[in-house]
Design a protein around this ligand. Structure first.
Ligand code: HEM
Length: 404
């Protein structure tokens, strides 16, 4: 008897894992089999927790017209697709839609990535963009407290030298004036709903928003024109050279007290110049895509080229999509336009600081165009030598000292 009891116990112990394995083997491969292929409770909970839900399983489930009951059947038929199936087809771009409107995107009734764009624009874009600009201002305030104003070491000579002629100053101020207007009106458009309506109300904000949009759209042309002018005038002075490495090695004279030699533009200014040209050019291109909706679709083509280079995903963005709807292109253009603008605004705030409050004698270069000779010798010694040599060769008998 005891032997039988032992045998039964042994079989039970063995049977438990075996049953579990069998159950595992029988477990449905598709977790949505239980719901007949529809969304599961886990999907819903994941979405509520803000986690990603793989929607691939729904993309194809858009109804089968062949499966529709004949309209002559009792109670008739609604067609081969239920309402949810129809909405799914619209959402995933599977529905066969015809429209008399011939504009791009006219047959796109539901755009799946629209929510993600809206949430990014209203969330991280505003929050991180705002913190970034405040961070730059805070950094400059601390830098000013620690470093103070960079003085002209030898004091003013009282003799000036022409640094920028009228056309250079005109181009600079056209660029600066238009950029500042574009920056302010762009920030009003992005932050206005949250940042202004609670204080000034809907009516006043509506007027300001309309004016901002008008200014932003039209002043953009002045910015693009000035960008081209500045590029043509200064590109020759901004070609990187070995001298730039020396300038960086000596901290540019901003950190510390030495003054590394420099020609018309030092390495720091070359960074400003190329940032303005490249980022300003990119902001202009994406701005044009927004100004002429659906006409300039650049992102899918860019992603295609990146995939050709072996880049299939980007940090903070994820896998690069293979196709983009016309609206998806516009949403990418808007996000890119805003993100790159934030970066350039940060750089320009630092530039404005160093060109005005941060350095004695710098503003004159763009104010009157004439800078003090000692300032010029400290910050652009090789350029002063070039100017003096050019004057001497133009008037061999004359004194090389610049006019007072
Ligand atoms: C009120 C604002 C601004 C002030 C006070 C200012 C001041 C200056 C000064 C003094 C210079 C000449 C520096 C030198 O002689 O070596 C300069 C150059 C320049 N500025 Fe501005 N600027 C302002 C806004 C802007 C804006 C908004 C942009 C572009 C969007 C810009 C782009 C440039 C560029 C590309 C240069 C040549 C490179 C350099 O010197 O850094 N500036 N600025």
């Amino acid at each position: 008897m005891f032997r039988w009891i032992c045998l039964v116990l042994c079989l039970c112990v063995l049977a438990v894992p075996t049953a579990a394995v069998a159950q595992e083997a029988e477990a449905p491969a598709d977790p949505r089999a239980e719901t007949g292929g529809a969304t599961t409770l886990e999907d819903i909970l994941r979405r509520q927790r803000g986690e990603d839900v793989d929607l691939e399983f729904r993309r194809e489930r858009t109804g089968d017209p062949e499966g529709a009951a004949a309209t002559t059947d009792p109670l008739g038929t609604l067609g081969g697709a239920s309402d949810p199936e129809l909405w799914r087809a619209l959402r995933f771009g599977e529905a066969d839609i015809t429209s008399q409107v011939r504009a791009p995107g006219a047959t796109l009734l539901v755009q799946d990535s629209g929510m993600a764009w809206l949430e990014f624009r209203e969330g991280p874009l505003r929050v991180w963009g705002g913190y970034f600009l405040l961070g730059v201002l805070g950094f400059l305030a601390v830098f000013f407290l620690l470093r103070g104003r960079i003085k002209i070491g030898e004091g003013r000579a009282g003799i000036t030298i022409l640094r920028f002629n009228f056309i250079e100053r005109f181009s600079h101020w056209l660029l600066a004036g238009s950029f500042i207007l574009l920056g302010i009106t762009g920030l009003i458009t992005l932050f206005g709903r949250k940042g202004l309506i609670p204080f000034i109300g809907h009516e006043a904000y509506a007027t300001i928003a309309l004016a901002s949009k008008w200014v932003h759209n039209n002043v953009s042309w002045a910015f693009m024109l000035a960008l081209v002018m500045v590029f043509v005038l200064w590109v020759i002075h901004n070609i990187p050279s070995r001298l730039d490495l020396v300038w960086f090695a000596k901290g540019g004279g901003i950190i510390g007290s030495g003054h590394p030699p420099a020609k018309k533009f030092n390495a720091g200014q070359k960074i400003i110049f190329w940032s303005v040209i490249i980022l300003g050019g990119s902001i202009s291109a994406s701005g044009l895509a927004l100004l002429f909706p659906f006409e300039l679709n650049m992102f899918a083509a860019t992603f295609d080229k990146m995939r050709g280079l072996g880049i299939t995903e980007l940090p903070l963005y994820g896998p690069l999509p293979e196709t983009l709807t016309p609206h998806g292109e516009m949403q990418h253009a808007q996000i890119w336009h805003a993100v790159v603008s934030f970066v350039l605004m940060g750089i320009i705030v630092a530039h404005i600081y160093i060109g005005s409050l941060g350095m004695e004698g710098a503003y004159d270069a763009m104010g009157s165009g004439e800078v003090d000779l000692n300032w010029a010798r400290e910050h652009h010694s090789l350029w002063v030598e070039e100017v003096e040599a050019a004057k001497t060769s133009a008037n061999p008998g004359s004194d090389a000292t610049p006019a007072e």
